[in-house]
Design a protein around this ligand. Sequence first.
Ligand SMILES: NC(=O)C1=CN([C@@H]2O[C@H](COP(=O)(O)OP(=O)(O)OC[C@H]3O[C@@H](n4cnc5c(N)ncnc54)[C@H](O)[C@@H]3O)[C@@H](O)[C@H]2O)C=CC1
Ligand SMILES: O=C(O)C(=O)Cc1ccc(O)cc1
Length: 309
Amino acid sequence: MTPATPVPAVTENAALPPVFDTLVVVGPGLIGSSVLRRAKERGGLARHVIAVDIDPAVCARVAELGIADEVMEDAAQAAAKADCVMLCVPVGAMGPVAASVIPAMKPGAILTEVGSTKVSVIEAIKPFLRPDVPYVPAHPMAGTEFSGPDAGFATLFEDRWCLLTPLEGTPSAAVEAIRTLWERCGARLRDMTPAHHDRVCAIVSHLPHLLAFTICGTADDLADETRSEVLDFAASGFRDFTRIAASDPIMWRDIFLLNREALLEMLARFMEDAQAMARAIRWGDEDYIVDRIERGRKIRKSLIENRQA
Ligand SMILES: NC(=O)C1=CN([C@@H]2O[C@H](COP(=O)(O)OP(=O)(O)OC[C@H]3O[C@@H](n4cnc5c(N)ncnc54)[C@H](O)[C@@H]3O)[C@@H](O)[C@H]2O)C=CC1
Ligand SMILES: O=C(O)C(=O)Cc1ccc(O)cc1
């Protein structure tokens, strides 16, 4: 048997000058700690990384994991040292956190965030912006159902999309710096307007989560009502829904409420299509049923071909 080859420390970006001197990550949970890990393990993002969290237990855990050079509870104190502040807190906390960090930031330092909704996060941050602090909204389309600093990993963003929704008038150097940061995390970049982002995410991310939470709730109610063991017999289709349904309730409450309009629009559209399927089943419309299922298979196949599944 060939002896195991020691795996060298991965330093794929280490030769490149880092995008930022000091990067502050506020909220080192799943997303924030993945950025920190990428910065530490592969280089090329920042010379010095500081993690900030409101929760002392999270700060203690980040220090223990050794994924940041400094760990602080005071966001403003950390922001004063930053060339870039990246907010990785739940979308409902973006406005208040931006309000506390922006006044402390150095002129020219960049503010960015990773929120799953864009129109309302931008609206919440805008009142606190300074002309000398460029703001570049971003959204890595990568994640899992887990949260917290232990859930992150350095390869999370590899081959995943990261959507940028730059605002008019933002200096292009700031947008390019954030683009480079995400490219060095392994992501593919796409620019779009905030409103378009919210409609796209409503259909490909927010509605699937709403359906997963709902179907699990319905099955649980049925189990209660019939005092039967329906959940014990969960087939793999149902199990796939339970993975998504295990996601963080605060994060998803915020996303649903802050992308209310686009999500309700997509839900209404979905309910119409579900009605059409119900009708096809009732009347035995085989062609309709087969056509819908074939479309699903095609989508899955193309995701696999594009390494997105
Ligand atoms: N979980 C996912 O799969 C993805 C999440 N996002 C977005 O990224 C952001 C973070 O999500 P996760 O990393 O999953 O969350 P998480 O729950 O793992 O981490 C969030 C962290 O923010 C901290 N925090 C909350 N309020 C704070 C405040 N006021 N000041 C400082 N720290 C505060 C929490 O203590 C926690 O450690 C959210 O806006 C979410 O919409 C974006 C892409 C994927
Ligand atoms: O775990 C999953 O299936 C996800 O869909 C993760 C995810 C959650 C929120 C986002 O804004 C982007 C990606």
